[in-house]
Design a binder for this molecule. Structure first.
Ligand code: SF4
Length: 195
C-alpha cells in the first residue's frame, strides 16, 4: 500500500495518542483513538512568525479553526514546527481550566483610535476608521508624491508613508498589502518576518 507522509503522520499520531492514553490508564475508546480533527477541512497556510516560512495546516470545522499543525507535504518544514509556530492556534484560541478552547480574550475585536495628543484610546466604528485612513493616505500621498528625483530619474514614489506588517498577517495578506502599497508609490515597507 502506498502511503503519503501526511497519512503516515496521521496514523502514527493516532497510534501514539492511543498508546499514551493506555499508559495513563485511560479507556481506549473508539473516540479516544480517533483523531479529533478527522472531520475538519484542511486549509493550508504559511506560519506568520518568521521568514523561514513553514507550512501549516489549519483544521476548520463550522467556520472555526479547531486545530493547526505542521504541513508534512511542505518542502520547507516537512511537518515540523518550532515552538512559536506550534502555538499558532493560540492566535485565536486559548484553553480554559477545563481544557476547552475559548476565543482568545486578548484578540482585538473593535477599532481603537487615539486622537492626536490624547493619552487614551476610544472605540470607533469601522466605517469612520476606514474613511479616515483612506482620506489621510490620499492627502499625504498626493502632497508628497515625487515623479522624478533630484537627478531627473523617474521614481514615482512617496517617502512620507511607511508600512510595517504585523506578525499575525499571513503570507497572502502581506502579498496584497505589498501590491497596494507599491501601487500607491510607497517604498518604505517592512514586516517583522520580512514577508
Ligand atoms: S516561527 Fe518557527 S514554525 Fe514559524 S516559520 Fe519560523 S521557524 Fe517556522
Amino acid at each position: 500500500m502506498k502511503i503519503s507522509r501526511r497519512d503516515f503522520l496521521k496514523l502514527t499520531g493516532a497510534v501514539a495518542g492511543t498508546a499514551a492514553l493506555a499508559g495513563l490508564g485511560l479507556p481506549e475508546t473508539a473516540e479516544a483513538a480517533a483523531v479529533p480533527i478527522q472531520y475538519a477541512k484542511e486549509v493550508t497556510t504559511i506560519c506568520p512568525y518568521c521568514s523561514v516560512g513553514c507550512g501549516i495546516i489549519c483544521y476548520v470545522q463550522n467556520n472555526k479553526i479547531v486545530g493547526a499543525e505542521g504541513d508534512p507535504d511542505h518542502p520547507i518544514n516537512e511537518g515540523a514546527l518550532c515552538s512559536k509556530g506550534s502555538s499558532v492556534f493560540n492566535l485565536s484560541y486559548i484553553y480554559d481550566q477545563q481544557n476547552n478552547a475559548i476565543p482568545h480574550p486578548g484578540r482585538m475585536r473593535k477599532v481603537l483610535y487615539r486622537p492626536p495628543r490624547a493619552d487614551s484610546w476610544q472605540e470607533v466604528d469601522w466605517e469612520w476608521a476606514l474613511e479616515q485612513i483612506a482620506k489621510r493616505i490620499k492627502e499625504t500621498r498626493d502632497s508628497t508624491f515625487e515623479m522624478r528625483d533630484e537627478n531627473n530619474v523617474v521614481v514615482n514614489r512617496t517617502k512620507a508613508i511607511a508600512h510595517l506588517g504585523s506578525a499575525t498577517c499571513h503570507n497572502e495578506e502581506n502579498y496584497l498589502y505589498h501590491k497596494m502599497l507599491r501601487a500607491l508609490g510607497v517604498i518604505n515597507i517592512d514586516h517583522c518576518a520580512r514577508l
